[in-house]
Design a protein around this ligand. Structure first.
Ligand code: DGL
Length: 251
């Protein structure tokens, strides 16, 4: 069974994309909502949280793991993989591969402070001769966790963050945080349709679906470490009939 984790509801964007391609997939999802956001914390703390998340998923039957979180995947993931015997996948490489395929030469990346400070996207894209404009957008995750997607204040925030992106003359934008696809329409409108938008969620779902067998019998389990009411609302709105409730757990 595939175990998927994120700091909160962001990983649901990867899950939704996975379900679109593999409707019968079996999975167990953990949102560490008690400790979200991860993106402003130190690497040492994020590393510790990621271990807790993975250990929980393994204890509950996961036989392979997807870190549906750019912040954890940019640690980098290799540092975590060495502690486990089961496969652990991340979200960075698939987004990089998609960007290399479609850019004409300049890519903008948005993500949490931790992801942007790691320069993981920049370093990987530079190796392909691609110029990169990086920008941390740390306020977006708290807005999304709050369910504030269709609010004027959210559009204002997105507009402020997107101005330098548009001015950078990049032709492609990577949403380097799995929460951000929930603001896809806001971001698209703030950038005036001038950039091709790559979601690390969609790119990862396509990559994983080709790499591993993801069929099953539609067994689904959701866990969160806090704020289950808010998780429920967002989960039900975002995943519709595939969402069957969420159980609160401590790690
Ligand atoms: N979805 C996580 C990511 O992709 C959110 C990070 C956070 O909790 O700050 O980075």
């Amino acid at each position: 069974m595939l175990g998927i984790f994120d700091s909160g509801v962001g990983g649901l964007t990867v899950l939704k994309a996975l379900i679109r391609i593999n409707p019968d997939i079996d999975f167990i999802y953990l949102g560490d909502t008690a400790r979200v956001p991860y993106g402003n914390k130190s690497k040492k703390t994020i590393f510790r949280y990621a271990h807790d998340d993975i250990d929980f998923l393994i204890r509950n039957g996961a036989t392979q793991i997807l870190s549906a979180c750019n912040t954890v995947s940019s640690l980098p993931l290799e540092n975590l993989k060495s502690s486990y015997k089961i496969p652990i996948y991340g979200v960075i490489e698939p987004a990089v591969t998609a960007a290399v395929r479609i850019t004409k030469g300049k890519v903008a990346v948005i993500g949490t402070k931790s992801t942007i400070d790691s320069h993981i996207y920049k370093n990987k894209l530079n190796r392909h001769g691609i110029e990169v404009f990086e920008q941390a957008t740390p306020l977006l995750v708290p807005f999304i966790e709050e369910g504030w997607v269709n609010k004027a204040i959210t559009d204002d925030l997105v507009n402020i963050y997107m101005k330098p992106i548009v001015e950078s003359n990049a032709d492609t934008l990577i949403l380097g945080c799995t929460h951000y696809p929930m603001l896809y329409e806001n971001i698209k409108s703030a950038t005036g349709g001038k950039l091709r938008i790559i979601s690390s969620a969609d790119a990862t779902a396509e990559f994983l679906s080709k790499k591993i067998a993801l069929n099953g019998s539609g067994n689904t389990k959701f866990f969160a470490t806090d704020s289950v009411e808010s998780f429920k609302k967002i989960g039900a709105a975002f995943l519709a009939n595939r969402f069957n409730g969420v159980k609160e757990v401590s790690l």
